[in-house]
Design a protein around this ligand. Structure first.
Ligand SMILES: C[C@@]1(CC(=O)O)C2=NC(=C\c3[nH]c(c(CCC(=O)O)c3CC(=O)O)Cc3[nH]c(c(CC(=O)O)c3CCC(=O)O)/C=C3\N/C(=C\2)[C@@H](CCC(=O)O)[C@]3(C)CC(=O)O)/[C@H]1CCC(=O)O
Ligand SMILES: NC(=O)c1ccc[n+]([C@@H]2O[C@H](COP(=O)([O-])OP(=O)(O)OC[C@H]3O[C@@H](n4cnc5c(N)ncnc54)[C@H](O)[C@@H]3O)[C@@H](O)[C@H]2O)c1
Length: 425
């Protein structure tokens, strides 16, 4: 059986691992190595076909692994900047006599129109043949390369770190005080755009710095400002694209979206499951929204008190059955006495706002139904089947999506009973 060893740590490495594991036209085994446990979590579960090894390896360990496992192909899908790791993998493969393939990310679309030069000197050479202001975002160390340009102190705007040494260096080289931008990045798209516009820059000089260096924001801002990007690139590495590697391995091409899939941004709303037994919940309002939420809450072991001048039929019913306490009058601050959790769902903005303020000053957790910015917590769409409880939120962005998601979850849970005859109770 073919054994393929992948050094991953990039999106491409993960996608390749998934693609090989998914393909059952040929029996293959994959060993995927990642540097960290976190990298391991992003990969599929280990299986008969897949072994995942986490931890940095010394060159001898790589060689020993290739020989012990008798792998027939090594694919190096490490990060483009992981120069040392790449060199080690290549050397280990050569010594073990295993074919080596370098999988390289295709250059981002944003950088497509950029002029790529090997170094600062190359950038200065290019600029010599042009006219127009230049925003230099390459730090202060290589500024000297640009002082040979005619009128450089008027044409160039170096953006450097605000340390006395760096500012002094720029000064000593003859840059104009009115042109030195001393500020610490990374800079947002908007800040870059404002600086490009302020300096009337026709060019932006940058290094290929990756996301941490705010590279993408520089490129998008330059595009919007109509400035040409001069990219001081790393010397080009030889390698194959993901599509080529798949073809070499005899795997089907991937659907277009597979690579467009961006890493998920960090989420803001974490679903804690809080022990609410015996907690006192105060609800202000007993209209449509309050009633729905009271209905949801009444499945939980909480003590619910509702305060509202007008009560929905549903709330009257729950009061009659003794499930909720009701005060048929307007909310007053004294209602917050002893409350652990408050839902402000009265039909008045002023009343809800006031409840939010009172709760925050007293340290009581509050939901304000007509203003998400005033909520300490969001009220989720809740699904419950026995012990299985799900709460869905769309992060306050789209309550219809939360409702739709909860319907899907409910259906999926009901399908289990239909399919297996068993529920979750
Ligand atoms: C999930 C669900 C739970 C529940 O409420 O039970 C829920 N809203 C639902 C329905 C719903 N919401 C609205 C309408 C009427 C209009 C319409 O139809 O378009 C309907 C439909 C209806 O009521 O029928 C309008 C609305 N909603 C909010 C504001 C204020 C604002 O955005 O600032 C306004 C404008 C009010 C105004 O200006 O008057 C705010 C919130 N609503 C949230 C949850 C929180 C997190 C959302 C998320 O997860 O993203 C959040 C952020 C805060 C919070 O309140 O906790 C439930 C569906 C569950 C299900 O059906 O199963
Ligand atoms: N978060 C959400 O999903 C969502 C959805 C729709 C509406 N809203 C907002 O929620 C609030 C309630 O909406 P609704 O559709 O249930 O309104 P509704 O008109 O059906 O009910 C309003 C309720 O508030 C009560 N009320 C009025 N003044 C009060 C006071 N001073 N003290 C206590 N209770 C008082 C009324 O007696 C009534 O029971 C509104 O502010 C609305 O903008 C929120």
């Amino acid at each position: 059986m073919d054994k393929i060893l992948i050094f991953a740590g990039t999106t491409e490495g993960r996608i390749l691992t998934e693609a090989i594991c998914r393909d059952d036209s040929e029996k293959r085994r994959v060993i995927t190595c990642v540097a960290t446990e976190y990298g391991k979590h992003l990969l599929p579960e280990e299986s008969e076909n897949l072994t995942v090894l986490a931890g940095r390896m010394e060159p001898e360990e790589m060689r020993a692994l290739m020989e012990k496992e008798a792998v027939c192909q090594v694919i190096d899908a490490t990060h483009p900047y992981a120069r040392q790791a790449s060199a080690n993998i290549r050397e280990a493969a050569e010594e073990s006599g295993v074919p080596y393939l370098r999988l390289l990310r295709e250059q981002g679309q944003e950088a497509e129109d950029a002029v790529v030069v090997p170094d600062a000197k190359g950038a200065a050479e290019y600029l010599k043949k042009t006219e127009g202001n230049v925003l230099l975002t390459i730090g202060s160390k290589e500024l000297a390369a640009f002082t040979g340009l005619a009128n450089f102190s008027q044409r160039l705007y170096p953006r450097i770190l605000p340390t006395p040494e760096m500012v002094k260096r720029a000064f000593d080289l003859g840059f104009d005080a009115g042109h030195i931008i001393a500020m610490q990045g990374p800079f947002s798209h908007e800040t870059n755009l404002a600086m490009l516009r302020q300096t009337k820059a026709a060019f932006l000089v940058t290094k290929e710095s990756g996301q941490v260096g705010g590279f993408a924001d520089k490129l998008t801002a330059a595009k919007e400002a109509g400035a040409k990007v001069i990219l001081i690139g790393r010397p080009k590495e030889e390698g194959k694209s993901l599509a080529e590697v798949l073809r070499i391995l005899g795997l089907p091409p991937l659907p277009r979206q597979a690579l467009d899939k961006k890493e998920e941004p960090l989420a803001r709303w974490f679903p804690f499951f809080v022990d609410v037994k015996g907690k006192k919940v105060l609800v202000a309002g007993a209209g449509k929204i309050a009633s729905r939420r009271i209905r949801t809450l009444s499945q939980f072991d909480v003590e619910i008190t509702v305060v509202a001048p007008e009560l929905s039929k549903e709330v009257i019913g729950l009061a009659e059955s003794g499930r909720v306490h009701v005060q048929k009058r307007e909310f007053s601050a004294a209602d917050l006495e002893g409350a652990d959790l408050v839902l402000a769902a009265a039909g008045s903005r002023e009343v809800n706002r006031e409840i939010g303020i009172l709760c925050r000053t007293r340290g009581i957790f509050v939901n304000v139904a007509d203003r998400k910015e005033e909520c300490d917590f969001y009220f989720p769409a809740v699904v419950r089947k026995g012990n299985l409880i799900a709460g869905l939120t769309a992060g306050g962005q789209d309550h219809r999506l939360a409702a739709e998601g909860s319907r899907k979850v409910r259906q999926a849970l009901e399908n289990r009973r239909a399919e297996t005859g068993e529920g979750y109770e």
